[in-house]
Design a protein around this ligand. Structure first.
Ligand code: PLZ
Length: 450
């Protein structure tokens, strides 16, 4: 053991309350913003003006000592909480053993263990295999590669309001051009975008009607026989936490299966206990052929995976999948600890607890503020879409004002949505009911001040 060579743990439980002690941003953050402006391109923008020094549970503290309730969890990455003690310990232990070998040269157990855990915890009882990579976009890229090799077809179907990443292929798969794709083309070809299911905005199409529309569109514009895969987020994330109408996703999956199209669930944001289930697919009775994980899987260390039917995953030739850093030993050690905390540690149940506390608070806000057109989502993945009262006209200005005002008061809340008019709540599972009440109070005040 190398423990004795390592410093003692530095993780200190931060006080559980928000606390603002300077103006926001404070002097140290302003200084760092100045340095950043000189050396970091404007393309990398930040939603909040403060620099963070530490975090624990659902609290992050900035370099000026201000503490924030974090309702964003780094866009759903620190799902089990910032610096979870068990995860930090597992990563720390691994640091002293080996940092890198490259699994495709000299393998190590942690990679295999994560593949076993994913096989066990993803929907379906069939034999499954997993390739590990570094980011969500890379997982999407690999899923498409594998589906193409398996089917011998090239077409990739995606849905309106989808978000899949920032690489060339995934930019082509995103719905929203600005800011993700604008000016960065030409993009990868053979990507076909079909209308999806957005109950708040599609006139209340039933799941069956919306699926019939998606399928008819794809059959006309591509033809099922040319489609390798359909890639869908069970709950669309960046698009605005859009929960499709009942029956929509199962109908799509049925059509895929009948036509030899690989059904890929992008659960990069919705998976790993975000919705109170291991995967959001479970809420819809889906058993995806391939399922993508990233974000919450390693609590902040970069790790992502493609897990799927063994016969599909094995379509790629030896040497056809890989990458230098994929399945890094420290990241997989953290991931094993995350699975353990969710399973044996009981954290899996916390998504439902958060929904039980938060949803009534949000519907309470809706009753008081007619600008809230809809409250939606599942588990610790809830959102409010803001519109001109009684209409579908988006109010992105209000979302911008609220996120800024909340940050001033010590609450980090993120925007989302094709129209930029969605406030999304994706706290870590470690957030307490008191913290949720407090944070919603801050948002209520910001709504009143509009
Ligand atoms: N698929 C469903 O949510 C990442 C984007 C943050 P990467 N979403 C956050 C930003 O502004 O870049 C995401 C996702 C879904 C794929 C991805 C891509 O994952 O790890 O960011 O590549």
């Amino acid at each position: 053991m190398t423990d004795t060579l390592l410093p003692t743990p530095t993780v200190t439980a931060l006080p559980a309350e928000r606390r603002i002690v300077t103006e926001i941003p404070g002097p140290r953050s302003r200084e760092l913003q100045e340095r950043r402006r000189a050396v970091v391109p404007v393309g990398v923008s930040s939603a909040t003006p403060v620099f963070i020094a530490r975090g624990h549970g659902a609290i992050i503290e900035d370099v000026d000592g201000n503490r924030f309730i974090d309702l964003g969890a780094g866009i759903g990455v620190t799902t089990i909480g910032h610096t979870d003690d068990a995860v930090v310990a597992a990563a720390r232990d691994q640091l002293g053993d080996v940092l890198h070998t490259l699994f495709t040269i000299t393998p190590y157990e942690g990679y295999v263990r994560v593949a076993e855990l994913l096989a066990e915890h993803t929907p379906g009882e069939h034999a499954k295999k997993t390739v590990l990579v570094n980011s969500g976009a890379e997982a999407v890229e690999n899923a498409v590669k594998i589906a193409r090799k398996h089917t011998g077809r090239s077409g990739v179907a995606v849905l309106e309001h989808a978000y899949h990443g920032r690489t060339n292929l995934t930019m082509a798969m995103n719905f929203k051009a600005a800011p993700y794709g604008a000016g960065f083309g030409p993009f990868a070809g053979s990507v076909h975008r079909a209308p999806g299911s957005y109950p708040f905005r599609d006139g209340g199409l039933s799941g069956a009607e919306a699926a019939a529309r998606t399928i008819a569109y794809l059959e006309k514009s591509v033809g099922a026989a040319d489609l390798a895969c359909l890639v869908a987020e069970p709950i669309q994330g960046e698009g605005g936490f859009i929960v499709p109408a009942d029956g929509y996703l199962p109908a799509l999956q049925e059509w895929c299966t009948a036509n030899g199209i690989v059904f890929v669930a992008d659960e990069i944001l919705s998976g790993m206990a975000r919705t109170g289930a291991w995967f959001a697919s479970e809420h819809f009775g889906l058993v995806p052929d391939l399922i993508l994980t990233a974000k919450g899987i390693a609590a902040g260390l970069p790790l992502a995976g493609v897990t799927g039917r063994a016969e599909i995953m094995d379509a790629a030739q030896p040497g056809g999948l890989g990458g230098t850093f994929g399945g890094n030993p420290v990241a997989v050690a953290a991931a094993v600890a995350v699975f353990d905390r969710l399973d044996a540690g009981g954290l899996l149940a916390e998504g439902a607890r958060i929904e039980r506390t938060l949803r009534p608070l949000l519907t309470g806000l809706q009753a008081a503020h007619p600008i809230i057109g809809e409250v939606r989502g599942i588990g610790a993945m809830l959102a409010m879409e803001l519109t001109e009262p009684g209409t579908l006209t988006p109010r992105p200005d209000a979302v911008t004002a609220i996120t800024a005002a909340a940050a001033q008061e010590g609450v980090i809340v993120l925007s989302a949505g094709t129209y930029g008019n969605v406030l999304r709540f994706l706290p870590s599972l470690a957030i307490t009911d008191d913290q949720l009440h407090d944070a919603v109070g801050v948002i209520d005040a910001a709504l009143r001040a509009l």
